[in-house]
Each structure stands twice: as C-alpha cells, then as structure tokens.
Design a protein around this ligand. Structure first.
Ligand SMILES: *Cc1c(COP(=O)(O)O)cnc(C)c1O
Length: 422
C-alpha cells in the first residue's frame, strides 16, 4: 500500500481537490457495507498495476503486428494476460483489449452481425443487460431485438418459452446472461436452443465470471460461440472487458475489437487484468468463489426470515433481488435510507415491474465485496437484521445514524485492500 500513499502525496501536491475527493471515496468504501453486486475490492497489486507507467504507451494492434514501436514489454504483458485467461477459463482464444463489458459486447456484434439483424436477449426488467437489445441502447436501435422474460410465477428463466420464441423468431444471435439473475444459468440448454434455431450463442458472464473461474457456477466455455465478460465484478480485477471464443472465431473477434471498434488498448488495464487472472488461478480463489455463494445464501435466508420477498425465492450465486412490493416501499426510498445507515445497495426493476426503471420496486444486493473483506455467515445475519430494522424505520434518521456507526466499527475489523477509514 506504500505506493498508493506515495501516489496520493504527489497528487495531493499537484491537485489537492482531487486528492481529497479520492481520499473521501476511499473512506466511504472502507466505512460502509458495499452490497452492490457488480462491485468488488480489487487487490493492492491490481490497483498498483492500473496506476502504472503503462498508461503512457500506445499499442494499437496485437502481438507481432503493432502499429507503433517500443512494444517489447507490452507484448509480453498482453501475452501473459491472454494465456492466463485461456488457462483460467479453458478457452481456445481470448481477447483482453475491450475497454469494458459494453464495448466487449459491441465488438461481439460487430464480429458476426450486420445492422438490422435479429438478435434475442433477456428483457431488461427480467434481469437482462442494456447491450442485449434494450430499446434505448445502440443495440436495440441498430439491431432488430426480440426479448424473452422470466416466468411471472417462478421469477426464473423459462427455457420452453425461450425455445418457442427462438424457433419462431430465428435470431442471428441468442444471448444468455444478465445483471439481475439470482439463479444458475443453464448454458447447455441455451446452446441446444441456439443450435436448433440456427443462432449463434453468446454467453455474457460479466457478473459471474469470478464464480465460473472459481468453480461455483457452470461454465459456458465450449458451449457458447462467444463468451463476453467484464473483469471488475466477481472476477475482482480492474475495470475492463474480455472476449473468449473458439479458435475458429479468433480472427473475427480480434478484428472486431481492433480495428473494428477500438483504437489503442489500455495497457495499464491489461497488466492489471493479468495480475487479477493470476490471483484467480490460485487455489484461494476457489474458496473465495464458494464463500461468495454461501454468504449470499445466508443473507437471503435471514432476509426471508424478516419477510423480505426475493425474486425466484432465493439465490444460487452472488446476487439477491428483493421485491419490495409487499412492503409498499419503493426501491429508491429504501436504498436511500440504507445508504444513510451505511449499507450501499442499488434500486432495481423486478420482473414485470409496474413502476418505472428510475423508480422501481426492487433492491439489488450481493456479496462479492463483503466476502473479499473476509466476512462470513455471522456477518450476513447481522446485515439482514440491519436491513430489516432500516426498512421498518425508513424515516428514523437517528436510528440510521446509530446503525451507520455500528457498521463503521464492523468494517474496521474487516479491512479491504486499497482503502482506509482514516
Ligand atoms: C456489467 C455488465 C455489462 C457491462 O459492463 P460495463 O463494464 O458496465 O460496460 C454487460 N453485461 C452484463 C451482463 C453486465 O452485468
């Protein structure tokens, strides 16, 4: 952490305002329970790589075919990142240059689709991602998107319904994956449906990449024509993206990322991805992935004990989607009260939500960050108890302040890398 201190002090001298704001954000992260399921704490080693001199280098192109000189070290770094990705996920090809998850998905389309092609993904309020054809996204405007929903009763993906829609619509691409999916995704079943309707199968594992890497969720690698992911969610790396594909599609994928969509790769991010993948290859990461899931199950059980209704009735992974309709409490109101009490969540649509996406009925939480801090089942029960207490007293600012103090204390005994309460 010394290097972070050193960097902060040069920043402090050069730009005290920004230095102060970064310190405040670090304190915020160290003092509150971070339950947003797409967030995590990257290791000090990952943070150090992202803040390195690699940010100064241009490297358009790929190993052995760059458009700039001076690549002898960048080439090695990118090669290590690629090799580790292939080893970790068992894929025949990996591209580590996408700037993030959304650009990775755009490159996936660009590799295989023409504007106007029909694509099929999950409806946003059912848990799908914007880039799977949602109407306000470029992917919903440039492609002809059809969308499947989860079953209204079970809150789960209904594979028969997906199959019927796919056979009727015959999309060019079928997506599986999402941002608010609390259950295991049956990638083999999606692969079968895609094959039968003549679609390419794209698996978006942005949320669950770390669980897959750690053996806590089945992998789509080998089943999907293309696998897309972020690197900063459960995978616990820097903000970035990756695409994985079979050898047959390797060229198409690489060409779509560069020169198709992007210019120079973010080399500091590539190095940090390599570091994070190295961490994920260690045996401890399997323990981490399993504990994310056992923590989520413990948290879900205690929330249900308190009368919270969970979409699909629980969780198989890192994520819990709470439907607050039965509490007549909008997601936003509870999220604000929880934040005042030191618990950071995000309000979220629930399937078939009757409220608007910016003022929805749900709350989305998850365990990747608190598990990185080393918290376990005992802490999950406490968190659920606090959430219940806040939900019963959303107007009680004094009570929220008391809880915030208790949470600061709890967090002080579970320090996270790269952040500090001081
Ligand atoms: C987070 C996410 C993305 C987008 O990643 P960004 O890095 O935010 O662009 C894409 N797909 C899914 C399923 C996601 O959860």
């Amino acid at each position: 952490m010394a290097i972070l201190g050193a960097m902060t002090s040069s920043l402090e001298a050069a730009d005290p305002k920004i230095a102060q704001l970064i310190a405040s954000e670090s304190r915020r992260q160290a003092s509150k329970l971070r339950l947003i399921p797409s967030e995590n704490f990257a290791s000090a080693a990952v943070l150090e790589a992202t803040g390195s001199a690699l940010t100064n280098k241009y490297s358009e192109g790929y190993f052995g075919k760059r458009y700039y000189e001076g690549q002898e070290f960048i080439d090695q770094i990118e090669e290590i990142a690629i090799q580790r990705a292939m080893q970790l996920f068992g894929s025949a090809h990996a591209n580590v240059q996408p700037y993030s998850g959304s650009p990775a998905n755009l490159a996936a389309y660009f590799a295989f689709c023409e504007p106007g092609d029909k694509i099929m993904g999950m409806h946003l309020p059912s848990g799908g991602h914007l880039t799977h054809g949602w109407k306000v996204s470029i992917t919903g405007k440039f492609f002809n998107a059809v969308q499947y929903q989860v079953d209204r009763e079970s809150g789960r993906i209904d594979l028969d319904q997906v199959r019927d829609m796919a056979m009727k619509e015959r999309p060019k691409v079928l997506w599986a994956g999402g941002t608010a999916v609390p259950r295991i995704i049956d990638f083999a079943a999606f692969a079968g449906i895609a094959k039968d309707c003549g679609a390419l199968f794209f698996a978006d594992i942005a949320h669950i990449a770390g669980l897959i890497a750690g053996g806590a969720h089945p992998s789509p690698v080998g089943l999907a024509d293309l696998v897309s992911t972020t690197t900063h969610k459960t995978l616990r790396g820097p903000r970035g993206g990756m695409l994985m594909a079979s050898a047959e599609h390797a060229n198409a994928v690489d060409r779509a990322v560069f020169p198709g969509l992007q210019g120079g790769p973010h080399n500091h991010t590539t190095a940090a991805i390599a570091v994070a993948l190295g961490e994920a290859l260690k045996p401890e990461f399997k323990t981490y992935a399993a504990k994310i899931v056992s923590n989520a199950k413990a948290l879900a059980a205690q929330l249900m004990h308190h009368g919270f209704e969970l979409v699909s009735g629980g969780t198989d992974n890192h994520l819990i989607l709470i439907d607050l309709s039965n509490k007549s409490l909008p997601g936003k109101v509870l999220a604000r009260a929880l934040d005042r009490a030191g618990i950071v969540t995000n309000y979220n649509s629930v399937p078939y939500d009757t409220r608007k996406p910016f003022d929805p009925s749900g709350l989305r939480i998850g365990t990747p960050s608190v598990t990185t801090q080393g918290m376990g089942a005992g802490e999950m029960v406490k968190i659920a108890d606090w959430m219940h207490e806040v939900a019963e007293n959303v107007e009680d600012l004094g009570r929220q302040e008391r809880i915030a103090g208790e949470i600061r204390e709890l967090c002080a005994s579970f320090p996270a890398p790269g952040v500090s309460q001081n």
